[in-house]
Design a protein around this ligand. Structure first.
Ligand code: ADE
Ligand code: ZN
Length: 326
């Protein structure tokens, strides 16, 4: 349709994307073979069939298991480059990608290995596609804060190539306040701060991320609507929310896209952005998310342009780059 055409060609920005969540079953099998690792599935198709999640934790279990095939610098390069190529095909001109170093450090993969692969791919994508990108080092909230601080210390030599700290993994029972000191350390590196909050966890975790971690953006944040004062605050301060519609449906945050509050939040005047989260696991990249949202919620062209403008404003790109993107 004309609207699908409009969405396909619209210049895009992606702000909530886990690079480990772009590991397609085919690449997982290829890397497993390259590294001599056995996978507990017969084929990429059999693996894909196992992607039926009841909640965040049931997804995370498979996601961490899958990430275990990533061992070498080339593995991280190939993983990132496949996503960057995809971005070029979808008119995604700027992206801010998260990675979970603890997932890899705790298996004996060194910070240098990850960083050389990821930064190498970022540089090549800039050269080949003219795209700009930022790297967000995300801490695993189910692990102790000390483990996160140890990861940050390993990242210190790379601090100028990392743009922000993030916080992800099992939300319930792991409130943002647990990571106050880690976020202060990241602040001393000159990094921006973001955190997953209000995905499965309560609206209070969004307040905590704002107060205790001083975050500049909230990843997900869809449960903010359970607290009217919080909604007021998010509107007044234009705190960006990086909303991930297909992810929310696949993880049972909403039963159906038609029940998703993305359009409502946008119409209330929140700084909403649209993102794909873990596209290899949740059924599609950014354009697929947009088409599914359009099908379920029917946004106007003006609203789609607003979502993109919000993402440009909410990004950590330098001002000159932001102006070029507009
Ligand atoms: N890690 C990867 N994707 C995530 C999500 N949607 N929520 C929390 N942790 C994650
Ligand atoms: Zn996420």
């Amino acid at each position: 349709s004309r609207m699908d055409q409009f969405l396909a060609q619209l210049p895009k920005v992606e702000l909530h994307l886990h690079i480990e969540g772009t590991l397609e079953p085919e690449m997982m099998f290829a890397l497993a073979e390259r590294n001599g690792i056995a996978l507990p599935y017969r084929s990429p198709e059999a693996l894909r069939e196992a992607y039926q999640f009841d909640n965040l934790q049931s997804f995370l279990d498979l996601y961490y298991q899958g990430a275990a095939v990533l061992r070498t610098r080339d593995d991280f390069y190939d993983l990132a480059m496949a996503y960057f190529k995809r971005c070029d095909q979808e008119q995604i001109l700027h992206y801010e990608i998260m990675f979970d170093p603890q997932t890899h450090l705790n298996r004996g993969v060194r910070m240098n290995t990850m960083m050389e692969g990821l930064v190498g791919a970022q540089q090549d994508a800039q050269r080949h596609y003219g795209a700009s990108s930022n790297l967000i080092l995300s801490l695993l909230r189910h692990l102790p804060e000390e483990d996160g601080i140890a990861a940050l210390e390993q990242a210190k030599p790379w601090q100028h190539l990392i743009n922000a700290i993030g916080l992800d993994s099992s939300e319930r029972g792991n409130p943002p306040s647990k990571f106050k000191r880690a976020f202060e350390l990241a602040d001393s590196y000159g990094w921006h701060r973001v955190a997953h909050a209000g995905e499965e966890g309560p609206a209070d975790y969004i307040w905590e991320a704002l107060r205790d971690l001083q975050v500049r953006r909230i990843d997900h944040g869809v449960r903010c609507q359970e607290d009217a004062q919080l909604v007021e605050y998010l509107i007044h301060h234009q705190v960006p929310l990086t909303v991930c519609p297909l992810s929310n449906v696949r993880l049972g945050v909403y039963n159906d896209l038609r029940q998703h509050n993305l359009k409502q939040l946008l119409e209330l005047g929140l700084c909403v952005t649209l993102n794909s989260d873990d596209p290899a696991y949740f059924g599609g990249y950014l354009t697929t998310n947009m088409l599914a949202v359009q099908n379920a919620l029917k946004l106007s062209e003006t609203q789609w342009i607003q979502l993109t403008t919000n993402a440009i404003n909410a990004s950590f790109a330098p001002v000159e780059r932001k102006m070029a993107l507009k």
